[in-house]
Design a binder for this molecule. Structure first.
Ligand code: NAG
Ligand code: NAG
Ligand code: NAG
Ligand code: NAG
Ligand code: NAG
Ligand code: ZN
Length: 765
């Protein structure tokens, strides 16, 4: 958002005020006997109310609050409160649907109520959750004949006081089916690196046949669900996933070099996590899991078919060091000491009679899981929603994921409450959503969005997701392009988190970018999946944002923070190693408050419309650079019309933004609202009601992640999905795929043309 536009916004509003006053004068002139200005004392109570309403309509509370309000908010966010919040949230494990999770849901609701929210409710859904068997843990065993030579661990070693809780869930991967698979004597497992498509293709090239084997892969690079899916596709019978020291303990594996002395993961740390590839309750794909809703059977649900179990690197070592077989490519070699990383599956000669058994005992049942929904009613436009979301459930203590974000949410609620006590009210409604069962596959948020899709599409201005506030020092924000400028502008009013008083969060963000990639501009990126913004962004088409403070991946070359989803993601870890002093939490809460208030209080929505077509144009340019456009033109020569439509849309968006600057002094508040609505609907133009080809739950045709790595962001995901492995098709299959591509490009062109039309004068259909 440019400063120029901000000033013009104020100008426009002042003009609106003039019009309204004019209208009121007109009203009184015709309805009263004298044609003079009404005397305030002579107004009926209804007339006074109307006058008051009009005066509210013209206020731009964001500008009115000015720097003083920004400063107030920054001052009010307390590191002590944030620390206390985190301590309480992480006191016990709080897995989705457990008693402690419900207790915390009630606590969150009560905090919303104490803050003075207008509503604060527990909203239950009944959803399918998966749990390991508490008395019969999942195990990997090495056997020689009938003798069990070794068994894997199913929980972390207690390394720091207070880190042990008997309710801490044993290691498992959610929705991985119960099952037992065993290798033939003399055979162990095949090492498949990260189990990415490219890893399996590499194995194909090396002549390694996966079919009928158990595979072992390391965590990292892609979503674990994709690892299972790829492994199934290549015919594996079971999957073992381990955390490799190269990703989780890069400075060494001695006690001095790992938790609790540093933030690096000990060898018994095991990453739990879901393997579900969809979003929402697996038994109600596309509709809400309300009490009496119809449910498909577990067999019909799209759940993994082969057993899978996570282990730590201590246990991985026991298995990998016994393998023989060809050497792995050099970049597949991880960091376990004294392990050669051979591919297997044969054991070394001394284990030539041994077998490996993978046994899982997970069960799936329906549980009640609560969302907590709180609202601060907007004073002028109560039917316009600015939404902040964070989930509550964790695999264990969840000190980073998600409790650092929940600690933020509770503090942000308190600060808004304080402001309300001082007389502030937002223009639009602010909604706080504390989601349940995110970790299983965004269950709470997806079900809620499915239940309220129509309302959210009609009334949702923006969704801001804050899952894990603090897992490292580096700020990262992503959003729909029309929110990019808001995100960037608001980081300028948040003080930096690294203790240098004269730097803003924006200064820190750009300094890091410059160090990392040598460029001066902020890396504004579109959204990937992996958290609760997904149903808002990719299913409903509500402009969405997601931000966090993360691990320095440039310094360490790792995908996520070491203790992610393990038993060592503790309060001590965050308090001692990740955010001592809670400055990161503070920055996280301040940013949420400013973004929400900016969107809630500006009379004209501060979206940047141009960013959308410009981002589309850039994506098409990238296709050109990669030579993909000629491939598409060969299949469908009308592809050039898509490029033309995007160019047209860009011109229209630029004109639209210009016209906002030229807004007539005679604009009515009704027109102002209509312009806001025009902008609010833009993102939804790209929602395909029946979803992307083959993906009914992912409906955003432009900004959504590609199918083969749900963590990564991409533009035009339908195109990359349809081109995937197309060279391997022939005959009828190829013709079918080519027709799908033609249809999809045509759909994209029509949507883009409609986006352009949406920005034209309103009477033009
Ligand atoms: C857990 O395992 C025990 C021992 O095998 C068995 O008796 C029990 O039924 C299992 N529980 C569930 C919920 O499957
Ligand atoms: C791989 O092994 C499976 C089962 O052993 C067999 O059916 C298949 O033909 C093999 N594939 C190749 C390419 O050798
Ligand atoms: C901030 O202050 C530090 C010293 O406290 C100084 O080195 C630095 O240049 C200042 N940065 C800016 C942007 O003013
Ligand atoms: C990061 O690690 C990958 C292998 O996992 C390697 O290919 C890449 O070169 C590394 N990058 C840096 C900057 O070290
Ligand atoms: C682009 O705009 C021009 C001028 O309005 C129009 O003639 C043309 O058909 C548009 N192209 C597409 C693909 O919509
Ligand atoms: Zn999370």
């Amino acid at each position: 958002m440019s400063n120029q536009r901000m000033l013009l916004t104020v100008g426009a509003v002042t003009m609106v005020a003039g019009v309204i006053i004019g209208a009121i004068i007109g009203h009184f002139a015709t309805s009263s006997t004298s044609a003079t200005l009404p005397n305030k004392n002579s107004l009926t109570s209804q007339e006074s109310e109307e006058l008051e309403l009009m005066s509210q309509l013209r206020r731009d509370r964001w500008q009115e609050g000015g720097k003083e309000m920004t400063r107030r908010i920054n001052d009010m966010v307390s590191t002590d409160n944030l620390r206390d919040n985190l301590k309480e949230l992480t006191r016990r494990p709080h897995l989705a649907g457990t008693a402690r999770d419900d207790e915390l849901a009630e606590m969150v609701r009560d905090r919303f109520t104490e803050a003075g929210f207008d509503t604060a409710d527990l909203v239950p859904y009944r959803v399918l959750l998966s749990r390991p068997n508490a008395t019969n843990p999942n195990l990997i065993s090495l056997n020689s004949g009938q003798n069990v030579e070794w068994e894997s661990h199913y929980k972390e070693k207690e390394l720091h006081q207070d880190d042990y809780d008997e309710d801490f869930v044993h290691a498992f991967n959610a929705y991985s089916p119960a099952g037992t698979v065993t290798t033939t004597p003399g055979e162990g497992v095949i090492y498949v690196n990260y189990a990415r498509v490219e890893d399996y293709e590499e194995l194909d090239k090396m002549g390694v046949n996966i079919s009928g084997h158990i595979v072992i892969c390391r965590y990292g690079k892609i979503y674990r669900g994709n690892k299972i899916q790829n492994s199934e596709r290549w015919g594996a019978t079971g999957v073992i996933i381990f955390s490799d020291p190269k990703d989780v303990a890069v400075e060494g594996q001695t006690p001095q070099e790992i938790y609790p002395n540093t933030w690096w993961l000990p060898g018994s740390g095991m990453q739990r996590g879901t393997t579900y590839m969809g979003d929402g309750d697996p038994l109600t794909p596309g509709w809400p899991s309300t009490e009496n809703a119809y449910r498909i059977s577990k067999e019909e649900a799209d759940l993994p078919k082969i057993p899978c179990q996570p282990i730590g690197y201590d246990d991985a070592k026991v298995i990998l060091e016994k393998l023989e077989g060809p050497a792995a490519p050099s970049d597949w070699i991880g960091g376990i000491e004294n392990v050669a990383y051979t591919l297997g599956p044969e054991w070394k000669p001394e284990y030539s009679t041994w077998t490996l058994t993978l046994s899982t005992h997970n069960t799936e049942n329906i549980y009640r899981s609560y969302n907590v929904i709180g609202t601060i009613k907007g004073e002028v436009e109560p039917d316009r929603y600015i939404i902040l979301g964070n989930h509550r459930d964790a695999w264990g203590y969840g000190a980073s994921d998600p409790s650092s974000g929940t600690a933020q949410m509770l503090e942000s609620a308190r600060v808004f409450g304080e402001l309300m006590k001082e007389g502030w009210r937002p223009r639009r409604t602010i909604v706080f959503c504390n989601w349940g069962a995110e970790e299983y596959g965004l269950l709470g948020s997806q079900e809620w969005v499915e239940e309220h899709t129509n309302k959210l599409q009609a009334r949702g201005v923006a969704y801001v997701n804050v899952d894990t506030c603090a897992s490292g020092p580096i700020f990262r924000g992503r959003s729909s392009p029309i929110l990019w400028d808001i995100l960037e502008e608001m980081t300028k009013v948040v003080p930096g988190t690294k203790g240098q008083d004269n730097l803003s969060l924006h200064d820190e963000w750009s300094a890091y970018t410059k160090w990392k990639s040598g460029v001066d501009s902020i890396p504004l990126a579109t959204l990937g999946a992996g958290s609760d913004h997904a149903p808002f962004a990719f299913f409903a088409g509500v402009p969405s944002m997601d931000y966090a403070f993360k691990v320095d991946s440039h310094k360490w070359n790792i995908s996520t923070y070491p203790a992610y989803h393990t038993g060592y993601e503790t309060f001590y870890m965050v308090d001692k190693h990740i955010d001592p002093g809670f400055k990161i939490h503070q920055g996280c809460s301040r940013l949420a408050l400013h973004i929400l208030r900016y969107l809630a209080d500006s009379s004209m929505l501060p979206y940047s419309i141009e960013q959308m077509p410009k981002t589309m144009a850039k994506a098409l340019k990238d296709l050109k650079i990669e030579g993909i456009d000629s491939k598409l033109i060969n299949i469908y020569d009308k592809y050039v019309l898509l490029e033309e439509a995007v160019d047209n849309f860009t011109v229209e968006a630029i004109n639209f933004e210009k016209s906002l600057q030229d807004i007539s002094p005679n604009i009515s508040p009704v027109t102002l609202r209509a312009i806001n609505d025009q902008m609010m609907q833009l993102e939804q133009i790209f929602i395909m009601p029946s979803g992307l080809p083959g993906r009914p739950m992912t409906r955003h045709a432009v900004f959504a992640p590609s199918q083969f790595d749900t963590y990564a962001a991409a533009a035009f995901p339908g195109i990359s999905d349809l081109l995937y492995l197309i060279d391997e098709l022939s005959g009828k299959d190829l013709t079918k795929r080519q027709n799908e591509i033609r249809r999809h490009i045509s759909d994209l062109t029509i949507m883009t043309q409609n986006a352009r039309k949406l920005l034209k004068e309103m009477h033009i259909i």
